[in-house]
Design a protein around this ligand. Structure first.
Ligand code: P6P
Length: 347
């Protein structure tokens, strides 16, 4: 019989993880990796909130593999994630937006899991105090290769890259942490999507969004329309159709865009609608990275009943050839993404 829940009982992320372990959806080792990621996110949340008074705004003076200027907090957040994963003792290989190549965790700490992450996405918003987030995905090691007993550094690196370049459909877990008016940790382990709001009084993520489902349709579209002039004609036709009130009983769509994937995605997940970062004449594959932005978000949205598409097919079906490979991303309500895809089919 179900025990009556005490009014003082907290539904924390840890208790949720234990229940998922009892259900067999995660094993003990994966639970430890996920706990270490939650710890990293708590640390980053406090760094982001206090950036302006701890000399952590502004540029770090370096650039990442994508040639983007790294903010101080990009570098610090990456270090926080790497430390937490290494100290979990269960991680074998990590791939970060902030690292040129995947890193094998030295054998004294290493385990099996492959973790891909963007430690602080949307960091250009930090100095203005606008939402940012961390995004992560976890794979089992690729059965094509192992990363131990490799005394040949070249072969070791090749194996690390093979381990990391897996399609999103192979993800064991994916999630993000939103640093905004509240800090919300959202995760799927393949058994639905769960959201936890950070309570700084007890220092825990408390279950606030059990079994999240994205509405099948939504009247919000989230694109950077500053790029409209360089989009393909069929995409311009799509955007124009959303603005044509006569097609929507006189009620056109609303536009919302904060320039931070985690914030724009989280709102789309909760309210419905579509977020898009298309390719354009300058960058045919768009700006967002497949491995640690598009694939994890696509697993989450599909687990919530939505769809993540490149415009031509499911993001989760794309197998990365390069660690920092980019793909166009259209993600959100299934009905909205399918409507967009219909314009690609007509192109
Ligand atoms: P743009 C942030 O740099 C990011 O990677 C995503 O978080 C965000 O959605 C997108 O780029 C914003 O790009 O070109 O519209 O400024």
């Amino acid at each position: 019989t179900e025990r009556q829940q005490s009014q003082y009982e907290l539904n924390t992320f840890t208790t949720w993880l234990l229940k998922e372990e009892q259900k067999g959806t995660v094993d003990g080792e994966l639970a430890i990796v996920l706990s270490s990621i939650a710890l990293a996110c708590k640390q980053i949340a406090s760094l982001v909130t206090r950036a302006g008074i701890s000399n952590l705004t502004g540029l770090g003076g370096l650039s990442n593999s994508s040639g983007e200027d790294q903010k101080k907090l990009d570098i610090v957040s990456n270090e926080v994630f790497c430390n937490a994963l290494r100290n979990s003792g269960k991680t074998g290989v990590i791939a970060s937006e902030e690292e040129d190549l995947p890193v094998a965790v030295e054998e004294t700490y290493s385990g099996n899991y492959v973790v891909v992450f963007d430690p602080l996405d949307g960091s250009s918003n930090i100095d203005a105090g606008i939402s940012t987030g961390s995004i992560f995905g976890i794979y089992a090691p690729s059965d094509e290769c192992s990363i131990d007993d490799m005394d040949d550094p070249e072969k070791m690196m090749q194996n690390c890259i093979l381990n990391v370049c897996q399609p999103g459909s192979s993800l064991l877990a994916a999630g993000y942490c939103l640093y905004s008016s509240s800090t919300v940790f959202v995760i799927t382990v393949g058994d639905g999507v769960y959201g936890f709001t950070y309570d700084s009084i007890v220092g825990e993520f408390i279950l606030s969004h059990p079994d999240m489902k994205v509405p099948d349709k939504g009247k919000i579209y989230s694109f950077n329309e500053g790029n409209y002039g360089s989009w393909a004609p069929h995409l311009q036709d799509y955007i124009n159709s959303l603005k044509d009130a006569s097609k929507w009983d006189g009620k056109p769509y609303s536009s919302r865009y904060i320039g931070s994937l985690v914030g724009d995605f989280h709102r789309t997940l909760l309210y419905g609608g579509i977020y898009g970062y298309p390719g354009d004449s300058k960058n045919p594959t768009g700006k967002l990275r497949l491995l640690y932005e598009c694939a994890p978000m696509s697993l989450i949205v599909e687990q919530a009943g939505g769809l993540g598409s490149t415009g031509e097919g499911r993001v989760l079906d794309v197998c990365p050839e390069k660690v920092h490979q980019r793909v166009p991303l259209f993600i959100g309500s299934k009905g909205e993404v399918e409507y967009l895809e219909s314009f690609y089919k007509k192109a």
